[in-house]
Write a protein that binds this ligand. Structure first.
Ligand code: TYM
Length: 330
């Protein structure tokens, strides 16, 4: 029997090149050797307010982009998280074995809740969902009992908590679930904002120039790369002190499937203008290719999503039942 893989993307915004390089690219590789379950995390999108119409739109776009990027429904089970009720059911059980202290330490919770407090100056308005979000993520994972979870580096802390909680659950309730390992890409596990290369490229960034969206007009994306913040040295080499240049080299290396060192060598005697033109061209061609496929998938996602949910429901309810029995619920 093949080992299992599970992962998801939250439907909070439009997918970025960071999501592709940091997670989707690995999912595509893994689908050949594993039984893979990939979902659109729509329940997670509710943790901070989202316009319901926007959520519906995001869900469809992400699903069609999974397909357009190369996830094959014959190999990967693709579904919407809320179509598999076991995610919500196990979520509750997981909150009962997760501590407030553990959840308070999550950097993503700290960042997002601080932003809310900054805007309104009130701590009491932080949604409980934002706080317990990692418990739902742990439930998402355990339901498929995977060996590993492909993610970018920003999810590493959540995966570490997941391992800890699985261990606790196994010990306390005499279960034998896997402690899943994160699969984090060597190149591009944290693609940076084009406007502030100290920060991660994020689908929730308010500044559209900071991110390349997978559905950006390819010409617009090209222009964003030309305007990307670098530095004034005009010499291309790998250095943490040059985050803007390193980010462009990383994007180039990942999309060309070469190492960062090879990318550095390729640009060694070239200028920032050359770098931006070449990276811009590679990104533009990549988007043209995906978007062609996207158009053919966007009309046909219902059937694939229904078949995916059916398959996911089967394994998720089997694992949920094992846990419910162990906890004395059944
Ligand atoms: P999310 O939606 O923020 O991001 C989806 C995936 O994309 C990766 N990623 C990046 N990688 C490289 N560079 C970036 N700039 C970048 N931005 C995002 C993320 O690391 C992630 O792998 N909580 C998760 C979704 C989720 C999940 C799960 C993942 C819900 N349940 C269960 C795995 C397993 C999230 O919000 O990711």
């Amino acid at each position: 029997m093949l080992e299992k893989i599970v992962s998801g993307i939250t439907a909070t915004g439009k997918l970025t090149l960071g999501n592709y390089i940091g997670s989707i690219k690995n999912m595509i590789k893994l689908q050949n050797d594993y039984e893979q379950y990939i979902f659109v995390a729509d329940l997670h999108a509710l943790t901070t307010y989202i316009d319901p119409k926007e959520l519906i739109e995001n869900k469809k776009n992400i699903f069609a982009l999974y397909l357009a990027c190369g996830l094959d429904p014959q190999k990967t089970t693709l579904f919407f998280q809320s179509d598999v009720p076991a995610h919500s059911e196990l979520n509750w059980i997981i909150t009962t074995i997760t501590n407030m202290g553990e959840l308070s330490k999550m950097t993503q919770f700290k960042d997002k809740s601080q932003n809310i407090v900054k805007q309104d100056n009130k701590t009491e308005i932080i949604p409980t969902g934002l706080f317990v979000y990692p418990a739902l993520m742990i439930a998402d994972i355990i339901l498929y009992n995977p060996k590993a979870v492909p993610v970018g580096i920003d999810q590493k802390q959540h995966l570490e908590l997941c391992q800890k909680i699985v261990k606790r659950m196994n010990t306390k309730y005499h279960l034998n679930f896997n402690e899943p390992k994160p699969i984090i890409p060597k190149i591009g596990n944290k693609i940076k904002s084009l406007v502030n290369p100290e920060q991660k490229m994020s689908k929730s960034d308010k500044n559209a120039n900071a991110s390349i969206y997978l559905l950006d007009d390819p010409e617009v994306a090209y222009k964003k790369i030309q305007r990307a913040v670098t530095d004034s040295e005009n010499k291309i080499y790998i250095s943490e002190e040059k985050p803007g240049v390193l980010n462009l080299l990383t994007i180039f290396a990942s999309l060309k499937d070469i190492s960062i060192e090879e990318a550095e060598k390729h640009f060694s005697n070239k200028t920032y203008k050359d770098l931006k033109e070449e990276v811009g061209e590679v990104v533009k061609q990549f988007l043209i290719e995906i978007q062609k496929k996207y158009q053919s998938y966007i009309q046909n996602i219902d059937e694939i999503a229904q078949a995916g949910a059916k398959k996911a429901n089967k394994i998720a309810s089997e694992n949920l039942l094992i846990i419910q029995k162990a906890f004395g619920l059944k």
